[in-house]
Design a protein around this ligand. Structure first.
Ligand code: ADE
Length: 237
């Protein structure tokens, strides 16, 4: 997979993709990640990337020209319909479709070339969305100062699902959300730490009992924190 990130703050991404699974995936050649400064594609003499909103209002809006130029340079065309199969141009904004594990999986499975456009919290000229973006994604119901942290979150959630990125092929199957539930609690040595004991069931080697305990703990935690995962958004079971 190739990932290109478009941002007005390229330095923000300094070392973020240099650790753990993402680093390993890069070193293994599973993904190549490039970060581009939108300002490099501005052609006016002040290299403007944003401007005041038509109709008035607060803040600045990301201008279309440098973003269209960047996409033409990186994708080869600014005609959405002419993008190669496997190319997705994602705009990160709080207005987008909420990111879920299933969406990360779909992108990991289907996409060869992923372009991430980091919006500004004040706004992005809508023609970027209309003409360039195949997807508009939000990482959650809160407002960030820009799409940069969201691009990092999305990249991480996808890259770790690329075949070969995780140490063992099963580790993504058993984790939170893949099963529609939160993960169960984990323990390691020592069996007793500052008076806190690891549950006996985990120490006795009875795998059927352990499985049952884990299922029950996962269910309890999901009920407590994320009952919506169990009953669905409209309250159905
Ligand atoms: N930009 C600002 N807030 C965001 C969010 N919640 N998700 C994606 N991009 C954003």
């Amino acid at each position: 997979m190739r990932i290109d990130v478009l941002t007005i703050f390229p330095e923000f991404f300094g070392q973020v993709f240099e650790f753990g699974i993402i680093r390993r995936a890069k070193l293994a050649g599973l993904v190549k990640i490039n970060v581009h400064d939108i300002r490099e594609f501005a052609t006016d003499k002040h290299r403007m990337v944003d401007d005041r909103p038509f109709g008035g209002g607060d803040g600045m809006v990301l201008k279309p020209e440098p973003v269209f130029a960047a996409i033409e340079n990186i994708v080869g065309t600014s005609e959405k319909a002419a993008y190669e199969a496997g190319t997705r141009v994602v705009l990160l904004t709080p207005q987008g479709k909420p990111l879920k594990q299933a969406m990360a999986k779909e992108l990991a499975d289907e996409v060869k070339h992923l372009v991430l456009i980091c919006g500004r919290y004040e706004g992005v000229d809508e023609r970027i969305n209309q003409a360039l973006a195949t997807d508009e994604i939000s990482i959650g119901d809160y407002v960030l100062s820009g799409g940069e942290p969201a691009a990092i979150v999305l990249t991480d959630s996808i890259v770790r699902l690329l075949p070969g990125a995780l140490g063992s092929e099963t580790s993504a199957v058993n984790e939170s959300f893949t099963s529609g539930m939160l993960d169960y609690p984990h323990y390691t040595r020592p069996a007793e730490f500052r008076g806190m004991k690891v549950p006996d069931v985990l120490l006795n080697g009875n795998h059927a009992e352990i499985e049952k305990w884990r299922r029950n703990e996962a269910l309890e935690k999901t009920r407590r924190y994320r009952n919506d995962l169990l009953v669905g958004e409209n309250g159905e079971m």
